[in-house]
Design a protein around this ligand. Structure first.
Ligand SMILES: [Zn+2]
Ligand SMILES: [Zn+2]
Length: 357
């Protein structure tokens, strides 16, 4: 994703590009971008001679699913997946656009770098919007109670609702998104009297995804509405996978959601963040055992794994009480695998063995 620099003498020397996921935050209208010792301010959406396509979305905080439709009226008040009436920050149906790029405004000054830069508006978490079909789930080849749904082109969704959740105000005609009422100028200079819409920015991308269900594990994990549990599990799981594969954590990421219509059971989702797909997620699917076996044997020590799982589990669950009690390696003391361990309610504990020799 690009930021088009329109100011004279600067455009030649600056090629500003970011990943899609970070682009909608770092290049969002109003964001300050530092390059070549200058501070540039993004001022709008680069429409690239196309019409602005406006769609609608709504997040259900109960089951962590996103509804997307071409018309606002097609999104029912009641969540079609879990049946609740969504509440919370993103419960309102919002407009969204998927920008192809961003632009500065030609008349905006280019300033020298200051000591501080405005923080870009934060992105939402990531949501899986297209995953494996229900009949594509396979039992884990070795461990009963766990099933896996792999999809090489799962679709993920991430929104940016602007500074302090105040959304963006974008001209339908020219893409100008400076916070200002009345007439404005097109990013390249001439006057414009196009109307502005209030919208969020969204990136939708496809990559390798793996959904993991624990339906046969006893006791079962808590329902999907137990956010602290699922966030902790997600964070810890990603950290452990990255440690086990000896790859940077940023190469993988995760999310969770309900399994589907009428179900309060959750599923963990992990996805590949490397452009083009490095295949990490696929490897943790059905045919991964040999790969994991080799990696586990090569990994440093049981102690390292144990420490990193614990550390990762804490920040997510520290806020709302610990429901993910801890994650441990195999009982043998040799690097032969690791256990996932959770606590459900009073005393009931479940230990899930994931990968082992
Ligand atoms: Zn729901
Ligand atoms: Zn305009």
């Amino acid at each position: 994703m690009k930021l088009l620099v329109r100011q004279d003498n600067r455009s030649e020397s600056l090629r500003l590009e970011r990943d899609l996921e970070y682009g909608i935050a770092e290049y969002a209208p109003g964001a300050e971008v530092i390059a070549n010792g200058w501070t540039l301010v993004s001022g709008g959406i680069d429409l690239q001679n196309r019409e602005l396509e406006i769609r609608f979305y709504r997040v259900c905080s109960e089951c962590n699913r996103v509804e997307r439709e071409a018309q606002a009226t097609d999104i029912p008040a009641q969540c079609p997946t879990c049946g609740t009436f969504p509440t919370g920050q993103r419960a309102r149906t919002m407009k969204y656009i998927v920008p192809r790029g961003f632009t500065t405004l030609i008349d905006d000054p280019v300033e020298d770098v200051r000591l501080y830069r405005l923080k870009p508006p934060p992105n939402s978490e990531v949501f899986l919007v297209e995953g494996a079909e229900p009949d594509r789930f396979q039992p884990h080849p070795e461990f009963s109670g766990i099933s896996l749904g792999y999809r090489p082109d799962g679709q993920l969704f991430r929104a940016n609702s602007g500074p302090k959740g105040g959304h963006f105000s974008v001209c339908r005609i020219c893409g100008n998104a400076k916070r200002k009422t009345g007439t404005h100028k097109k990013p390249w200079g001439p006057d414009c009297n196009g109307g502005k819409i209030i919208t969020d920015l969204v990136c939708e991308f496809r990559t390798d995804t793996l959904q993991i269900r624990f339906d046969g594990v006893r006791p079962a994990p808590p329902g999907v509405s137990d956010r602290s549990f699922w966030l902790s599990l997600q964070t810890a799981f990603i950290a452990a996978v990255a440690d086990t594969l000896v790859i940077p954590r940023r190469d993988l990421d995760g999310t969770y959601r309900s399994q589907g219509e009428g179900s309060s059971a959750g599923e963990l989702v992990i996805y590949d963040r490397v452009p083009g797909g490095a295949g990490y997620v696929g490897r943790s699917g059905r045919n991964c055992l040999e790969y994991w076996r080799r990696r586990l044997n090569a990994s440093s020590s049981v102690q390292t794994l144990r420490a990193s799982w614990r550390e990762a589990a804490m920040p997510a669950c520290g806020h709302t009480g610990i429901s993910l009690a801890g994650i441990f390696c195999a009982e043998t003391g040799s690097p032969s695998g690791f256990h996932l361990y959770w606590k459900v309610g009073e005393g009931a504990e479940s230990s899930v063995r994931f990968w082992r020799r």
